[in-house]
Ligand binder design. Sequence first.
Ligand code: GAL
Length: 423
Amino acid sequence: MVKRSLIAVVAVLSLLFTSIGFAQDDLSGQLEIFSWWAGDEGTALEALLAIYSEQNPNVEVINATVTGGSGVNARAVLKTRMLGGNPPDSFQVHAGQELTGTWVVANRMADLTDLFTSEGWLEVFPQGVLDAITYEGGVYSVPVNIHRSNVLWYNPAKIEEWGIAVPTTIQEFLDVCPAIQANGVTPLVVGESWTVNHLWESVALAVLGADGWDALWAGELDPAGAEIVSVWETFGEVLACTNITSDAAGLSWQQAIDKVVGGEAAFNVMGDWAAGYMTTTLGLEPGVGYGYAQSFGTSGTFLWLSDSFGLPADAPNVDNTIAWLKVLGSVEGQNAFNTLKGSIPARTDAVDADPEAYNAYLQSAAADWGTSRLVSSLVHGTAANERFMGDFNQVMEIFLASGSASAAANAMAAVCAQSGACG
Ligand code: GAL
């Protein structure tokens, strides 16, 4: 009896291993990955695709990218494809409301809970990140990284040459602004419109504090109230120290960073994909070729976002996609990707598996991720759904055209109500 059940167990196990073995070699056909990581943003993605192709040599990978920082163009194309019943096999989507409040709520994504269980991922991703990809008990995407939004970038040699200090508060920034301008330098460079929104979220966090920021998204802070009016007023003062009325609209985020590196601008507030760009593309050393600090007024907080990929409910190549998601969630995949991208792994055990691969900036981001107060990025999908993110552009336009803090706050309250994003 014992012998018979032992034979049965062995038979089942060998069947299992064989099928796993076959799954690797046997996959064929196509895999279409959709993202906005084109051009110099593409290197880290290509490292993931290389691992995938090595493991699955018979799958033809289609790397479908739509250029445009922060996905401004890609998301529009994705929407047309998803609504038209023509989804890619997997697409880049921010963990949080961009995923759950946009695609999961509309039943467009497959539940990945079984994959998370079989891969042991429920134990290796932080709870806050798991919460951001969970909706009504199901888990819906695989986070490949953690990026930080509230970073101030500068060129250490130039800062020394100009004899200025890196501002740690908004007031310090406003105080140093005229001295920088007197050197014929832009104090703070912004680029095309989403980068202005990006600056806004760091300024808003500085004015509101982490509790106020969280309260806004929890419906506990009036979006038309005095605190938000004050955010817009302060934002206006900060904007007066930028190139918003000159060449901003024509600059990509990389071109804005180039101005800091070249000494035409003193500072830029950008997510730490800028570290990836300066290290991987420009070949600069963190702390030497470029400096970094928490954006003024936000010290101790980590405005976070996470790039993730899921499985659309009607994706054409499900098995190939599951194999892709396994690469994304693996220690090997996360380390290959993040060391190039300027982000840190979403898995808590990946950096320790290969600490030397992470440069000084990434080490500091990893340390801060563990000790800071974590708050959700608006512009990169953690805090608010796509409806709000899209409509927020109009709020910004109203502010830029009118200069009126109360008009912007009122518009924001309307957008909050329409999108249901603010609690
Ligand atoms: C963010 C994204 C980053 C980076 C950045 C600039 O939204 O999370 O990975 O791609 O846009 O395009």
